[in-house]
Design a protein around this ligand. Structure first.
Ligand SMILES: [Zn+2]
Length: 86
């Protein structure tokens, strides 16, 4: 087995977890990629990620900068691309 193959298998086994905080109840928690949604708009102002707080159930939406977008897409978060304005 080559090192590359071993690495590929390892990569698949690791579940990516993102740290997030709720602005409503101020809880801090870790979310898997499936718990997050990323929406990419035409500009950075319309690019955001969202999740539901596991503590209080609030829908949280936060702006996503380039680094966050990279992180989330790389971690397998479902991405929605918003093409039309409005
Ligand atoms: Zn909360």
């Amino acid at each position: 087995m080559t090192v590359a193959v071993a690495f590929a298998g390892m990569k698949k086994a690791v579940d990516v977890v993102f740290r997030a905080g709720c602005p409503d109840c101020r809880a801090n928690f870790e979310l898997g990629a499936s718990a997050l949604r990323l929406a990419i708009g035409a500009t950075s102002k319309t690019t955001f990620y969202s999740f539901t707080c596991p503590e209080c159930g609030t829908s949280v939406r936060k702006p996503a900068g380039e680094r966050i977008v990279e992180l989330l897409t790389g971690g397998g978060v479902r991405t929605l691309r918003l093409h039309s304005a409005g």
